[in-house]
Structures are given as structure tokens and as C-alpha cells.
Design a protein around this ligand. Structure first.
Ligand SMILES: Cc1cc2nc3c(=O)[nH]c(=O)nc-3n(C[C@H](O)[C@H](O)[C@H](O)COP(=O)(O)O)c2cc1C
Length: 171
């Protein structure tokens, strides 16, 4: 897919993503995550990729709106260090947002759907993913081939109007 088409096609895909993802496609998505820019190039992330259906079913319990994780072919957990202060927390979340978008656009480019999930139950996430004590599971991104509608550019996205959000020169 062309970049512009991938940008316009990405949407949260929460249904029937179970069809397996080719290992090389999954690695390409993870490589996109690894290449994400970060503040000071600190790369404050590790990625735990899960494909086992049993594990995915358990992982879906870390947040009340994470049901799509159980139906995914793979889910990437974004693991990060506990931030020391407000500024580090701010930068960390910016970096993780960029990594998330890298994952989602690389997936869309391959025709693979993706969906975010927050993580509330850190103890369950730690038990399932075995990340160290000084880290937390910041976000989950589920992946899979859309079972309902294939990805294609969305003509009228559910967004604020262009002229409302774009300011030229000054507000
Ligand atoms: C920071 C963030 C957290 C989100 N958390 C969840 C979540 O926990 N569960 C979920 O189903 N969707 C979650 N979403 C998806 C948003 O609801 C979705 O991106 C938004 O409604 C726009 O729809 P679209 O992604 O299809 O364009 C999250 C999105 C972001 C950016």
C-alpha cells in the first residue's frame, strides 16, 4: 500500500482479527516500532509480542475495553520504565504514542488491522508477560487481518473538519 493510502485506511479494527499474520509481516511491524524516533533517542520501550490464543484471552482481561485483544492474531505490549517525574512521563507518553502509530501504519501498509488498548491491571499484565519490576505495561496494540471490512481509504473519517483544526500562520 502507498503511505498515503495506509494513513487513510488505518482505523481501529476490533473484530475477528484471528487470521494468523505471517511471521515476516509481524517482524516488519516490530521493526517499524524499533525505528520510531524518541526524545534524546532514548528508545524507552520494549515490545512483547504475543500470539498464543490462551495468553491473548488472559491479556484481554487487563482492561475493560481490551476484549479485542482476545480476538487478535497477535498483540504487541508496549513495556516502558516507570517515569521518575512529570516531564519524563510526558516525554515517555509522546514516544510511546509515536511507536504506536509506527506499528499501526506499518500494519495498515500490509493490510493488517490494529487496535489500541489501555492497561489497568498491571499485576495481571506482569504475570502474563513477565516484564521486570521497574517496568510497566503502557499500552497494548492488537493486530489481525480484518474479518469484516478490508482496509481501504476512508473517504469521510469521523474527525473534526479540516478548516476547524488547521490554522494558517496564526490561530
Ligand atoms: C491513547 C488511546 C487509548 C485508547 N484506548 C482504547 C482502549 O482501551 N480500547 C479501545 O477499544 N480503543 C481504544 N482506543 C481507540 C480509540 O477509541 C480510537 O482510536 C478512536 O475512537 C478513533 O477511531 P479510529 O482509531 O478508528 O480512527 C484508544 C486510542 C488512543 C489514542
Amino acid at each position: 500500500m502507498e503511505t498515503w493510502d495506509a494513513i487513510r485506511s488505518r482505523r481501529n479494527v476490533r473484530n475477528d482479527q484471528e487470521q494468523a499474520i505471517a511471521p515476516e509481516d509481524l517482524d516488519q511491524i516490530l521493526e517499524a516500532a524499533r525505528r520510531t524516533p524518541s526524545a534524546g533517542n532514548q528508545q524507552p520501550w520494549d515490545f512483547v509480542v504475543c500470539t498464543d490464543p490462551e495468553q491473548l484471552a488472559q491479556l484481554a482481561k487487563v482492561w475493560r475495553a481490551a476484549g479485542h485483544v482476545a480476538r487478535s492474531a497477535a498483540t504487541i505490549a508496549l513495556i516502558a520504565p516507570n517515569p521518575d517525574d512529570a516531564r519524563s512521563r510526558e516525554l515517555l507518553q509522546y514516544d510511546l504514542g509515536q511507536a504506536t502509530m509506527s506499528i499501526m501504519l506499518a500494519a495498515a501498509d500490509l493490510g493488517i488491522g490494529s487496535a489500541h488498548s489501555a492497561v489497568s491491571d498491571q499485576e495481571l499484565a506482569r504475570r502474563l508477560l513477565a516484564f521486570p519490576e521497574d517496568r510497566f505495561c503502557a499500552w497494548l496494540v492488537s493486530l489481525g487481518t480484518p474479518g469484516d471490512r478490508t482496509l481501504r481509504p476512508i473517504a469521510r473519517p469521523n474527525r473534526r473538519p479540516f478548516e476547524d483544526v488547521v490554522h494558517r500562520g496564526r490561530w
